[in-house]
Design a protein around this ligand. Structure first.
Ligand code: FAD
Length: 378
C-alpha cells in the first residue's frame, strides 16, 4: 500500500474538527480510541442557540445514557492532532507507505493492474487506486470528465482562540448559533482552546486555502450585534482564516474498473452537520471490509475487483447521499431570515426539546447510532 500525497509535509492545520460517534466507533475498532481521547475534548451537550440573544433552542446532553445509546464517544480535536494520530497509525502498520511530494496526474489500467502517474513523471503500480483526493479530485475528473464544484455563496471564518483570552467563553458544548443568512459554531478543544466557525451567505470570496486570512473588522461586521460570546471570539482571535464553501452534484458512480473514489472526492459535504470527515472514515472501513471479503473468497479473480469496488460504492451511496442532503438542508434551517420563518422552525424545535427531549435525540440516531463496522457483507 502507498499513500500518495501532494503536500511536501503533513503540516499543522489551524482548526478543530468534531468526531461524532459514527466515526469514533470506527476509530475505536481500529484501536485508536486511547490516542484520540488523550488529545480530544469531550463536549457535554449538542445545542443550538439564537445568535443574537444567545437563547437556547434545544440541547441534547451527551451523558452516558446518550453515548451508550449511540454506541461511542463524541470528541472535538485539533486537526493537527487528528492527522498526527492517523499518520502514526499508518506508520506503525506500513512504515514507508506515505509518499509526500507526490502529485497525482492521471491513471492507466489494464486487466491486471492500475498505474498512477505523478506530475513529475513517477509511476506507482497497484491492484487498485483509491481517489481520496478531496473536493477537486483529479481521479474523479478522469472517471467522470471535467465538472467544476459549485460555489455556494457561503464563506466560513475560522479561528482557534485560547480560553484564557476570552471574557465570555462559550459553553463546553458543540454549539450552533443561528441567525439570518449566517450561523456560527463554537466548541472547545483540548489544551484550553476554543474553535470558532462563522458561516456567512451572499459572499463573493471564492478561495479555498488554509492559509488565507481575512480582516477582523470584516468578520466583526458580519457578526455585529451578535452575542458577546461570538463577538468576543472574533475580537480575540489571533488570525481569522477564510474558506469558501463549494458543493457538487451528488454522484451515482464512484468507480471505473480498478479505480474508486472515497470521502469528499466521492461525496463532498457542506460542513453544516460536521460529517464530511466522519463519512470518509466510514468509507475507509467499508472499503477495507469489502476488499477483505473479496480476498477471502476469490484472491485471484481479477474481474472481482471491479465488482468489489462497485459493491463498496453501492453500500455507501444511500448513506452518504442522505448526509449530503441533510447538510444542505441545515444551511436553510440555520439561516432563517424572517421572524415568521424562525418561529415556524425554531418554535417546534424548542417545544420538542422541552416536552420530549428523547425524541429530539432519536432524530439523530440514523447519523450517530449507525455502525459501519457492524454492516454485514451481502
Ligand atoms: C469549515 C469546515 C468545518 C468542518 N468541520 C467538520 C467536522 O467537524 N467534522 C467532520 O467530519 N468534517 C468536517 N468538515 C469536512 C471535512 O473537513 C472534509 O469532509 C474532509 O476533510 C474530507 O476528507 P478527504 O480526505 O475526503 O479530503 P481532503 O481532506 O480534502 O483531503 C484530500 C487530500 O488529497 C490531497 N490531494 C489532492 N489532490 C491531490 C493530487 N492531485 N495528488 C496528490 N494528493 C492530492 C490533498 O493535499 C489532501 O491531503 C469541515 C469542513 C469545513 C470546510
Amino acid at each position: 500500500m502507498q499513500v500518495l500525497e501532494q503536500a511536501p509535509a503533513l503540516e499543522e492545520v489551524g482548526a478543530g474538527i468534531q468526531i461524532p460517534p459514527n466515526a469514533s466507533k470506527i476509530l475505536a475498532a481500529l484501536g485508536l480510541e486511547q490516542e484520540i481521547a488523550a488529545r480530544a475534548f469531550r463536549p457535554q451537550e449538542l445545542e443550538t442557540r439564537m445568535g443574537q440573544s444567545g437563547q437556547q433552542v434545544f440541547s441534547i446532553a451527551l451523558n452516558a445514557k446518550t453515548l451508550n445509546h449511540w454506541g461511542a464517544a463524541y470528541y472535538h480535536i485539533h486537526r493537527a492532532d487528528y492527522v498526527a494520530v492517523l499518520s502514526a497509525a499508518l506508520q506503525a502498520r506500513a512504515k514507508d507507505a506515505l509518499v509526500l511530494n507526490a502529485t497525482f496526474s492521471h491513471y492507466q489500467q489494464t486487466a491486471d493492474a492500475v498505474v498512477a502517474h505523478m506530475t513529475d513523471g513517477r509511476q506507482f503500480l497497484g491492484d487498485i487506486l483509491i481517489g481520496a483526493d478531496g473536493l477537486r479530485s483529479r481521479v474523479r475528473q478522469q472517471i467522470l470528465g471535467p465538472e467544476q464544484p459549485r460555489f455556494t455563496g457561503n464563506m466560513a471564518w475560522r479561528a482557534v482562540v485560547p480560553l484564557t483570552a476570552l471574557d465570555h467563553p462559550p459553553p463546553p458544548n458543540a454549539c450552533v448559533w443561528m441567525g439570518p443568512g449566517r450561523h456560527a459554531v463554537t466548541y472547545h478543544l483540548a489544551a484550553g482552546l476554543v474553535n470558532f466557525i462563522g458561516v456567512v451567505e451572499g459572499q463573493d470570496f471564492v478561495q479555498e486555502d488554509w492559509h488565507t486570512t481575512g480582516a477582523r473588522h470584516q468578520a466583526a461586521a458580519d457578526f455585529a450585534d451578535w452575542h458577546p460570546i461570538i463577538t468576543g471570539l472574533i475580537d480575540k482571535a489571533e488570525a481569522l482564516h477564510c474558506w469558501a464553501l463549494y458543493d457538487r452534484q451528488t454522484l451515482s458512480t464512484w468507480c471505473d474498473g480498478r479505480v474508486v473514489l472515497l470521502g469528499d472526492a466521492a461525496h463532498p459535504m457542506l460542513p453544516f452537520m460536521a460529517q464530511g470527515a466522519a463519512m470518509a472514515v466510514e468509507d475507509g472501513w467499508a472499503l477495507a471490509d469489502c476488499l477483505a471479503a473479496q480476498a477471502s473468497h476469490s484472491p485471484h479473480a481479477q474481474q472481482d475487483i471491479a465488482d468489489t469496488l462497485r459493491a463498496f460504492q453501492n453500500r455507501r451511496l444511500p448513506r452518504t447521499m442522505a448526509a449530503q442532503n441533510a447538510s444542505r438542508r441545515n444551511m436553510k434551517t440555520f439561516h432563517r431570515s424572517t421572524v415568521v420563518s424562525q418561529l415556524a422552525n425554531y418554535g417546534p424545535m424548542w417545544l420538542g426539546g422541552k416536552l420530549a427531549p428523547h425524541l429530539v435525540r432519536r432524530r439523530l440516531d440514523w447519523l450517530y447510532r449507525y455502525d459501519e463496522t457492524a454492516v454485514a457483507i451481502g
